[in-house]
Each structure stands twice: as structure tokens, then as C-alpha cells.
Design a protein around this ligand. Structure first.
Ligand code: SF4
Ligand code: SF4
Ligand code: FES
Length: 261
């Protein structure tokens, strides 16, 4: 490509917008000058500084969320060309190569309440972590010593699970997780496995399993396996779902024989 065509080349952004949670959505298009190595956030920054649509209408800057800018916090997740991913790590060059067109579509995730434009409220995921007691309980903040030993194999498994950034991609792709049902979802199921595997975290395993065996728990998973395909951190979600399924069976049998059910 010559220098002149590089300079005149633009990427067409089709953006789904909505000014308020209950207002009607609408689409706008922006032509962003192409440069090598652009990510989606740098294009949104350009649009914020030049909010004039391709029809020449002066609009308002598009709202989006971000924080770490290095695919760690999950805040910038949106649906880019039909797939939920992080706008900080989604590169224009890669997206254009995927589709063969200089057009990129941006939409908010559909499984979380909309705040404005591309910003959604992901609080439900954090509430599910509270519901499953996804933490290691401690008795106090005094020095607690080195803690129980863990095998390198267990550490490796738990490290993979620890990489979850609560982004919501797995839930956006899941046919069983809807904006108004109570399915806990693959992300929280995997975190329950993570904390059940921790020697101190396992103290709360029974309480986690009670929740996971109840409404909206593990039995609501239809095993479609969409979640594992879209997780940007390659977390073995279907292994987690299978592991929690086995733990639920053992827990239910144990509860039956101990008279807890
Ligand atoms: S396996 Fe399917 S139904 Fe279960 S959490 Fe993953 S995407 Fe959802
Ligand atoms: S499991 Fe993967 S896709 Fe789901 S919230 Fe965590 S990092 Fe995101
Ligand atoms: S800004 Fe944190 S993951 Fe993109």
C-alpha cells in the first residue's frame, strides 16, 4: 500500500448507541483514519475527539468503559464484529484481516443491564461471586504463617483458574445465561472450583455446593460449551463445570446420608 492510500484509508465504525437504559437504541457510523497497530480504544478516543458521523451530523462522544488497557480488568469488554472481546486488546489490523473488510461493528454486551452506549453494568457477576462465597476465609489480619502446602500440579490448575478477569465473554456467549434469569454462569462455577481446591478456601466448599445445587445452579448448564470457546484467558471452563458437577453429586449423597437433605 502506498503512503498516499495509507493516509486516505479510513476504517468505518458502525456503533450501536443508546443514551439511557430504557431509551431506544440507534446506530451511528464514523470513518476513522487508518494507522498501523490501532486498537479499538484508540479509535474510540479518536471518535470522542471528532464526534461527527459519516452523514456529517455532529453527535456526542460514544461512551465506553476501560481501565487497565492490558486485558486484565475486563472493563472494556464489548461485542466487536459479533463476538464479545476486550476493546483494549482487539486490534484493527487483526479484525480487518478476519473479515476482509475495513468495517468494524461495535455493540454493548446484551446479557448485562445497559448503562449508556457501549457501557454495561457487570455487577451481577460480582454478586454471583458473593453468593458462592468465592474467597478464602481468614480469622484475622494477624500473621497466619505459611499456609498449607500445595502440590505443583494443584498450583498449575489453580493458576489457570485464577486468571479470570470477570469480563463476561463466557456469559455473553452462553445460551443458558439471560439478562433476567438466575443462572450463575460458567465464570462463577469455575471460581467455585478454584476456591474449593484451595486448602483453606475448601472450608466453605459445602456452602458453595448448597448454592450450586439450588435454583440457577450447575444443573441449569446445558453443556453447549460456547463459554470455553470465547474465554480470552483460555480458562478450562468445561473442565470446571464437569468438576463441580462431580462435587455436587458427592455433596448431595453425603448430605442425604448425614440427614442434611
Ligand atoms: S457449557 Fe454452555 S450452558 Fe454451560 S455455562 Fe458454558 S456456554 Fe453456558
Ligand atoms: S471465565 Fe473467561 S470469559 Fe468468563 S469472565 Fe472469566 S475471563 Fe471472562
Ligand atoms: S481495559 Fe482492562 S481489559 Fe481492557
Amino acid at each position: 500500500m502506498t503512503a498516499t492510500t495509507q493516509e486516505t484509508r479510513t476504517i468505518l465504525f458502525k456503533i450501536k448507541r443508546q443514551t439511557e437504559p430504557n431509551s431506544a437504541p440507534f446506530w451511528e457510523e464514523y470513518a476513522v483514519p487508518y494507522k498501523e497497530n490501532l486498537n479499538i480504544i484508540s479509535c474510540l478516543n479518536w471518535i470522542a475527539a471528532n464526534p461527527t458521523t459519516t452523514s456529517g451530523v455532529d453527535s456526542t462522544p460514544v461512551a465506553w468503559d476501560c481501565n487497565c488497557l492490558e486485558e486484565v480488568c475486563g472493563a472494556c469488554t464489548m461485542v466487536i464484529n459479533g463476538r464479545a472481546r476486550q476493546s483494549c486488546s482487539a486490534l484493527v489490523d487483526t479484525l480487518v484481516k478476519e473479515t476482509g473488510a475495513d468495517t468494524i461493528t461495535l455493540e454493548p454486551m446484551s446479557k448485562f443491564p445497559l448503562v449508556r452506549d457501549l457501557v454495561v453494568n457487570r455487577q451481577r457477576m460480582f454478586k454471583e461471586l458473593i453468593r458462592l462465597k468465592a474467597w478464602v476465609p481468614i480469622d484475622g489480619t494477624h500473621a497466619l504463617g505459611g499456609g498449607p502446602k500445595e502440590s505443583p500440579e494443584a498450583q498449575d490448575t489453580r493458576y489457570a483458574l485464577s486468571r479470570c478477569m470477570t469480563c463476561g465473554c463466557c456469559l455473553e456467549a452462553c445460551p443458558q445465561f439471560t439478562i433476567d434469569n438466575n443462572f450463575v454462569g460458567a465464570q462463577a462455577i469455575s471460581q467455585a472450583r478454584y476456591f474449593n481446591m484451595h486448602k483453606t478456601g475448601a472450608v466453605l466448599a459445602d456452602e458453595r455446593m448448597e448454592e450450586l445445587e439450588g435454583p440457577g445452579g450447575i444443573t441449569d448448564c446445558g453443556n453447549a460449551q460456547n463459554c470455553v470457546k470465547v474465554c480470552p484467558k483460555e480458562i478450562p471452563l468445561t473442565e470446571s463445570i464437569a468438576a463441580i458437577g462431580r462435587q455436587a453429586t458427592v455433596h448431595a449423597i453425603k448430605s442425604f446420608f448425614t440427614g442434611k437433605k
